[in-house]
Design a protein around this ligand. Sequence first.
Ligand code: DHE
Length: 543
Amino acid sequence: VAGGKMQASSGPSPVGGIEMVQAINPKSPPMSKDEFEIGKKIYFERCAGCHGVLRKGATGKPLTTDITLDRGSDYLKTFITYGSPGGMPNWGTSGTLTEKEVDIMTRYVQHEPPMPPEYGIKEMEATWKVYVKPEDRPKKKMNDLDLANLFSVTLRDAGKIALIDGASKKIVDIINTGYAVHISRLSKSGRYLFVIGRDAKIVMIDLWMAKPAPVAEIKVGLEARSVETSKFKGFEDKLAIAGTYWPPQYVIMDGDTLKPRKIIGTRGMTSDTNEYHPEPRVAAIVSSHYKPEFLVNAKETGVVHMVNYSDLENLKVTMIKTPRFLHDGGMEASGRYFMDAANASDKIAVIDTKESKLAAVVNVGKTPHPGRGANFVHPKFGPVWATGHLGDETVSLIGTDPKKNPQHAWKVVQTLTAAGGGQLFLKTHPKSKNLWVDAPLNPDPKISQAIAVFDINNLDKGYELLPIGAWAGVKPGAKRVVQPEYNKAGDEVWFSVWSGAGEESAIVVVDDRTRKLKAVIKDPQLITPTGKFNVYNTQNDVY
Ligand code: DHE
């Protein structure tokens, strides 16, 4: 590209559809403007999630031009085509990218990355809509839904969520949300459901309405993954917070209207080497039960921002130093300690939300990816929190009870061997004796289409592998089995059987006690179901 101002194509990518300025690097291989636009779109859809918008690296390796120009086209092409055991997908051989697209990407990453625009209160307010004002909303629940056992299901590629009734397994409603919708979270009371998409659009749904529907929405940036609500006593349903990948910042909003109140940037120094980082993306956010605080993960700097929301004008942020590349995590069973995965460092940082400090750093397996993790009482070691790993087949169990079991606290007390690497989520329930571990990114379909289940009281026995993908009885497709989620009673587990956008997907419900198939939820509207969020369990951090 010869430089100058560029007009982007209007693809579905959140960042790709924005006008950008391209710097010139004379060493970059030639590209037509059209090729560059294709490259930009593919990069934001497929690559930015791991490598970063500015390509400084995180879950994936850095791809700045000093590195890519040095590696050269042949090396890059092979890597993009065949992937790597370290987690780089095989974009070429999997058929996701054509040979031509691989060639474009090979050249694209040898050009300087285009810089997307900033996004302040003005830009946010321009997108902000309140469909039903708080005073016009119902004063009590107007439907006969069993809200506590309702599931909000991400329909990833449809840009929608499905609300599914836990008892009847019927779809109650399908609601438009945003491009590649990512997660759902609940307000403290359980009344409001917040859904955020990769395009950073938040949709706020009132579950008390006769037919649950959006009451407000806002776009808080160009790329996002996380949303959370205030849960401390006295602040129930008062505030919401969302973190963005681009721009690197988080915004605190009114909990009943999404009106943006305060934006805090995360750009700054890395926790270990004190070097400036231009793009510390906001990953998981959790809400403290001990103080009026949000815990915000700044991924690339390795800093947890503990944001005290009691006074937004005189904002206090405690910045906790952790290992770098924070991604996801959840509370241990007591709700005091935040178990936070620093995934590219192979560590779990333990944050004490009562004392507002780092309690411990625990070495685990390769690239931990817990989701929110799984809490249970180990027969020998007492309360533990578990994480699976993207980069190996192990599950690490960490002791979490410094009071009654101090000798095991913040140590890996046992390492289980599950079916394979490529794990994303694992789950159990206080009423269950099972630990369910998925591996949707494992290259072997026998593993990615199944679930490994351990008996908590007999962990040494190893796992049983259940062919959930086959149980779904869907037409041929990727059938990746992803994200176990319990119902409120804790006696059944729901799994997504996740196929391509044009293929048939399903949700498979398993009886937790017998481990037998209980129901298959199929519907032409269930396009690419991934995350599932049971209202009660999400609202109360039950996992
Ligand atoms: Fe996620 C949670 C980021 C890809 C399904 N995902 C999260 C969180 C982050 C994140 C930061 C934690 C939010 C929180 O707790 O506040 N996810 C990313 C990425 O950056 C990544 C790796 C690449 C990308 O480009 O987005 C990515 N995620 C995926 C998927 O491909 C998944 C499997 C399918 C999908 O729907 O896109 C996926 N992510 C999920 C789910 C959760 C999640 C289901 C919530 C789990 C939970 O139990 O809370």
